[in-house]
Ligand binder design. Structure first.
Ligand code: ARG
Length: 565
């Protein structure tokens, strides 16, 4: 319910449009003056009369709709009080009708592709991948909820000369048993060793190139080794995806486009967009104020950008997307600007539907001290495990008798990490702290989960069953604290839409914190279960709506909401 809209449709001022009135409506600084007000000063000049007189006249003429209880003229303002019972009934009935699990909106018939996580084969999954994975995974759920068809794409980094080097290192020093056991860490070490030895043995580089050529030519042995490395990497990363509740609809990575680049290169050639530069083929972007976009190297090899051009065309042809999002760190700003510009120059009308969704960097509080010995990268699985272990300890102190302790600790620990990734605006660099993100009192996932569990326990104790059709006396919810909660509840859908529009899951995070804070303020001031049955029923319904909104909101942020904590 948009009250500004209702008010702007109700108030009629000669020569002033509904939009102007809408824009003028604000919230009075003092609560006793009502929920909304219309300052009349700005109309004074046009109407050639005092703000007081305007407000008085409006008050005398106004016909109040059922949503508004009163309009008062005070010192040049028209102050509105809402019909609180009406607001409570409208909001809570609507939420109750959605049940415990909010179903997605009706299909819009529009597809959103989301390229996220997009890991590199044989490279460790470190904390730097947290943001793309969490933001992309959350956007996937948000768009899905809003009725879009979503396609999650893991654009694997599975092509390049480094894989020839890796095969060479494996042939020289590889140990299958060790690789089986330590997975990507062992592969990483082989790669590091290759580089160290290549420094005084330049022949190694030739060997690396030789094996890459073999992979390119489809040599059974080289391809077989590489495919196994790929599989190992994916098995390892799948464990993290499972913990985060993330899925992909496609793992078409860079190598998938090997046979799909030529048509794009041909098209660039035909349209006269390719120029030679020191033997390489590039698209000149000087007029656009950018360095040239490299398409083919001197030796004819394709590049990252060539693959992204082919991928964009493929995605458009395959999915006919409404939007194609690339959730990738801001370090690649230029890359995506170039790629999208080249698509535009190719005359693809859908080029402007490709959107880079950039984000900042993650570091750990305390920096180096916290980095593991494993080649100096902080592995995401270690961060998750540390957080879960800490959560387990906290739960053991707070609630030693809790059943299902380890499942709750998993939800709390992982949730804490994901929430800290999703609760600041994307583009800001983020410093991660275990203690802050695991605090039950701060602006954290455990705080939200705890508030949800509190609602759950209130409802359980009262043996409340969440089926609709209950007659509730909404006048019992007209106090300030209840109305604050209801006002927050009413914002949910608008906040989710805004988060999708701006590609900012943090708006939902902020919203859930506000909702939990207003509910906890209500809870401090009021008993839910009272002597009066009417009041109790109304407050239980309020509590049930807070619970389901928290749970469904957390779900959009990939976070689980246990019933007990
Ligand atoms: N694998 C790349 C990296 O780690 C990210 C790929 C992003 N997606 C894309 N279509 N370029 O930097």
């Amino acid at each position: 319910m948009d009250y500004r809209k209702i008010i702007s449709q109700t108030v009629k001022i000669d020569g002033v449009s509904e939009e102007e009135i809408y824009a003028a409506i604000s919230v009075p600084p003092r609560r006793e003056n009502g929920e909304y007000c219309l300052p009349c000063f700005r109309f004074s000049k046009a109407l050639r009369t005092s703000p007081n007189a305007i407000a008085d006249k409006l008050k005398a003429e106004i016909k109040l709709p059922p949503e508004i209880e009163s309009a008062e003229s005070v010192a040049g303002y028209l102050n509105f009080k809402l019909n609180r019972a009406f607001l409570a009934a409208g909001t809570l009935n609507e939420i109750a009708a959605k049940g415990e699990t909010f179903a997605p909106h009706a299909p819009l018939g529009k597809t959103v592709c989301i390229d996220y996580s997009s890991i590199n084969i044989a490279k460790p999954f470190h904390i730097g991948h947290l943001l793309t994975t969490a933001i992309g995974g959350s956007l996937y759920r948000i768009f899905d909820y809003l009725g879009y068809k979503t396609v999650g794409i893991n654009h694997l980094g599975d092509w390049g000369t480094q894989f020839g080097k890796l095969v060479s290192a494996y042939k020289r020093w590889g140990n299958d048993e060790d690789i089986q056991k330590r997975g990507v860490t062992a592969l990483m070490e082989l790669y590091v060793r290759f580089h160290a030895e290549a420094e005084h043995n330049p022949e190694l580089d030739d060997e690396g190139r030789y094996y890459f050529k073999k992979i390119e030519d489809g040599d059974a042995e080289a391809v077989g080794i590489f495919e196994r490395f790929k599989e190992l990497t994916l098995i390892e990363v799948q464990k993290i995806y499972d913990r985060l509740g993330i899925t992909f609809d496609s793992y078409a990575g860079e190598s998938f486009y090997n046979d799909k680049m030529q048509p794009v290169i041909d098209e660039l050639e035909q349209k006269g967009l390719l120029t030679e530069s020191e033997g390489a083929k590039v698209v000149d972007l000087e007029a656009e104020g950018m360095p040239p976009c490299l398409i083919l190297k001197k030796d004819g090899a394709t590049l990252y950008a060539t693959r992204d051009l082919a991928a964009a065309v493929y995605r458009h042809d395959t999915y006919d997307f409404y939007k194609c999002l690339y959730v990738v760190a801001y370090q690649q700003n230029l890359h995506f600007k170039q790629v999208f510009k080249v698509l535009e120059k190719l005359g693809k009308p859908w080029a402007h539907n490709c959107v880079h969704v950039p984000f900042g960097m993650v570091s750990l509080e305390g920096g180096e001290a916290l980095s593991t010995r494993k080649g100096n990268v902080v592995l995401l699985k270690d961060v998750l495990s540390t957080a879960v272990a800490k959560a387990e300890k906290i739960i053991a102190e707070k609630n030693p008798d809790l059943a299902d302790k380890s499942a709750v600790a998993e939800a709390v620990g992982v949730g804490a990490i994901v929430f800290s990734a999703l609760s600041t605006s994307r583009i800001k660099d983020m410093v991660f702290s275990y203690d802050k993100s695991l605090s039950f009192e701060g602006e954290t996932a455990p705080y939200l989960q705890y508030t949800h569990a509190r609602c759950s326990s209130i409802l359980k104790k009262a043996e409340y069953s969440y089926s609709g059709g209950k007659e509730v006396d909404f006048t019992a919810l007209c106090d300030d604290e209840s109305i604050d909660v209801i006002t927050q509840l009413a914002r949910f859908e608008a906040v989710v839409s805004e988060a999708a529009e701006k590609y900012e899951p943090c708006l939902i995070a902020r919203y859930l914190l506000d909702l939990a804070q207003t509910f906890n303020r209500f809870y401090i001031g009021h008993r839910v279960v009272t002597q009066d049955k009417k009041t109790t029923d109304a407050r239980l319904l309020l509590t049930a709506c807070v619970k389901s909104t928290l749970k469904n909101g957390l779900n959009l942020l990939l976070i689980k909401a246990p019933e007990k904590m």
